[in-house]
Design a protein around this ligand. Structure first.
Ligand SMILES: NC(=O)c1ccc[n+]([C@@H]2O[C@H](COP(=O)([O-])OP(=O)(O)OC[C@H]3O[C@@H](n4cnc5c(N)ncnc54)[C@H](OP(=O)(O)O)[C@@H]3O)[C@@H](O)[C@H]2O)c1
Length: 254
């Protein structure tokens, strides 16, 4: 596949992200607290996370190892950040979440597998097979923009991990219900984990500075902003004492 074709796929994929973004404000993705049996057969929640995130980890690892250009420049750094994130999301995170009797609709896992195949496929193929190695040479490494992107990525990942850690530990052993999270960035927003993830992939797009990376950042925003709003509305419905000034995902804004 040449670069022109890959760019066309990215633009179409971006268009779908906009449609999904709008739709998700009206249809809540049924996993986690929003899970339901109305969406057909379900699978174990932990297994669902591993199955749906694994393609992203495997595809990027494949292109890092076997890609024509992956190791001819500093592109390997970009791969390394992605793979580091997905080792957590595919292995550590599902192991750490507390087991409940909650299940995940199979259709959600299948959708997420497609989402990951597309995003990792576009990013891995571009970096491994299409990007001119001169794009990620010494100039790229010394560019302040690259370091700003790395900074945002690390800060976003730190927020995401810390917030996920707090949420996972709200339940004492044997508990399965929900509590109002407090402290850290929870005093400002309902879902700092999702905010962190948006910051992280925005940083990735700035670091990598290419169209597939921008496409993935846009998809992350498209997915997680409505999901945070769904979480926020759910908290307000469930807890009458829920803090008034708390926003869904961006402090003081939304
Ligand atoms: N890149 C993407 O497009 C994308 C898409 C989706 C998710 N993600 C990432 O995947 C992770 C999970 O997302 P999510 O929306 O499923 O997160 P979430 O609803 O915040 O849940 C995170 C974990 O904490 C538990 N939890 C959350 N709130 C709780 C509360 N008030 N009391 C007790 N336990 C609570 C959840 O249990 P339950 O499962 O039992 O609710 C789950 O195990 C996040 O880090 C997110 O950034 C990324």
């Amino acid at each position: 596949m040449d670069q022109h074709t890959l760019y066309i796929i990215c633009y179409v994929w971006l268009g779908i992200a906009i449609a999904v973004h709008i739709t998700m404000f009206f249809i809540t993705a049924p996993f986690g607290r929003h899970t339901t049996t109305k969406w057909g057969p379900s699978i174990n929640n932990k297994a669902g996370w591993i199955i749906m995130e694994a393609p992203s980890l495997l595809i990027m690892s494949y292109f890092l190892i076997f890609g024509t250009y992956s190791q001819e420049s500093y592109a390997w750094i970009i791969f390394a950040f992605w793979i580091f994130h997905y080792i957590n999301r595919t292995i550590t995170y599902p192991i750490r979440i507390k087991a409940t009797d909650k299940k995940m609709p199979l259709v959600i896992a299948i959708n997420a597998i497609f989402f990951n195949l597309m995003n990792a496929g576009l990013n891995g193929y571009y970096l491994g097979e299409l990007a001119d190695p001169s794009l990620y040479g010494d100039e790229w490494l010394m560019n302040p923009r690259t370091w700003f992107g790395i900074f945002l990525f690390v800060v976003g990942m730190g927020i995401n991990w810390r917030a996920d850690h707090i949420l996972i530990n709200l339940r004492k052993p044997g508990e399965t219900g929900y509590k109002i999270p407090k402290g850290f960035l929870f005093d400002w927003v309902s879902s700092p984990n999702l905010m962190g993830e948006v910051i992280e992939w925005t940083g990735f797009a700035i670091m990598a500075w290419n169209l597939p990376a921008l496409t993935f950042a846009a998809w992350t925003f498209a997915n997680l902003v409505p999901r945070a709003k769904n979480h926020h509305d759910w908290y307000k419905q469930r807890f009458p004492e829920y803090p008034e000034k708390r926003k869904a995902i961006f402090p003081y804004i939304f």
